[in-house]
Design a protein around this ligand. Structure first.
Ligand SMILES: Cc1cc2nc3c(=O)[nH]c(=O)nc-3n(C[C@H](O)[C@H](O)[C@H](O)COP(=O)(O)O)c2cc1C
Length: 202
C-alpha cells in the first residue's frame, strides 16, 4: 500500500509496485540505532543485484551511529549534508571495482551494476520501514584517502540509512523540501527505436 504522504505527492502514469513509490529520500531521521540484523539485511539485498559477468563490483564501507568509525565517514560530508545527517543511524560509502575479476580488464558497466545494488538496498530498506538517502555531497578524494580505498575501485556515492524522524526537527528551508518528489513524464525518457523518436505510450 502507498504511504499517505506518497499517495498525495506521487501520481504514477501506470500502477507499479508500491515499494517503488514508497522509497523516497527524507532528510529528517530519528537517530534510533539500527540492529545489525536490520543493517545486514540491506547489504544482503544489495548482494543479489545483477551485474555484467556477475562481477558484483559493489562494495560498502559503513559506520553505525555512535561507533568508532562514525566520525571518519561523517567528516567526509559537505556542510549542507552534515546538517541533516547528524541523526542518521548509519552512513555508507559505496565503492565499485573498475575491472573484471576474471580477466582484469576494465568493466564499462561497473558503476551501473553498483547503482543496481544500491537501489536493491534502498528498496529493501523501504520494505523494512527504513529510509535511505543517497549523497554525492562529500569529499571523494578524502574518502579514498581516509578509508584506504585502493586505486582499482571508484568511490561512487554515499548513503544515509535510518528511521524517518519528525519533519519539524529540520530547518524551515529543509522542511519545505521534505516531501516525495515527482518525476519526468515517460514521454521524455522513453524513445522508440531511435534517439528523439516518440514512444508509443498508450
Ligand atoms: C547518487 C545520489 C546522490 C545524491 N546526492 C545528494 C546530496 O548530496 N544531498 C542531498 O540532500 N540529496 C542527495 N541526493 C538525493 C536526490 O536529490 C534524490 O534522490 C532525488 O531528488 C529524488 O528524490 P527521491 O530519492 O526522494 O525519490 C542524491 C541522490 C543520489 C541517488
Amino acid at each position: 500500500m502507498l504511504d499517505s504522504e506518497v499517495a498525495r505527492a506521487r501520481k504514477p502514469t501506470y500502477e507499479v509496485n508500491p515499494l517503488i513509490l514508497n522509497r523516497w529520500s527524507p532528510r529528517s531521521f530519528s537517530g534510533e540505532e539500527l540492529t545489525d540484523k536490520e543493517l545486514f539485511t540491506l547489504f544482503e539485498a544489495a548482494r543479489w543485484a545483477p551485474s555484467s559477468y556477475n562481477n558484483q563490483p559493489w562494495r560498502f564501507i559503513y559506520a553505525k551511529r555512535n561507533s568508532k568509525d562514525w566520525d571518519a565517514l561523517f567528516n567526509l560530508l559537505v556542510d549542507f549534508n552534515k546538517q541533516w545527517c547528524a541523526n542518521a543511524s548509519a552512513l555508507v560509502v559505496i565503492i565499485s571495482k573498475k575491472t573484471f575479476d576474471y580477466n582484469g580488464k576494465p568493466s564499462v558497466t561497473q558503476q551501473f551494476d553498483t547503482g543496481a545494488a544500491w537501489e536493491n538496498l534502498a528498496i529493501q530498506a523501504t520494505s523494512q520501514g527504513l529510509s535511505t538517502h543517497g549523497m554525492q555531497g562529500f569529499d571523494y578524494e578524502k574518502a579514498r584517502k581516509d578509508l584506504g580505498v585502493p586505486d582499482e575501485y571508484d568511490v561512487v556515492a554515499m548513503a544515509v540509512i535510518g528511521k524517518k524522524g519528525a519533519k519539524e526537527k529540520l530547518s524551515a528551508e529543509l522542511q519545505q523540501r521534505e516531501v516525495p518528489s515527482d518525476r519526468k513524464p515517460l514521454s521524455e525518457i522513453v524513445m522508440e527505436g531511435k534517439f528523439g523518436n516518440k514512444a508509443g505510450i498508450p
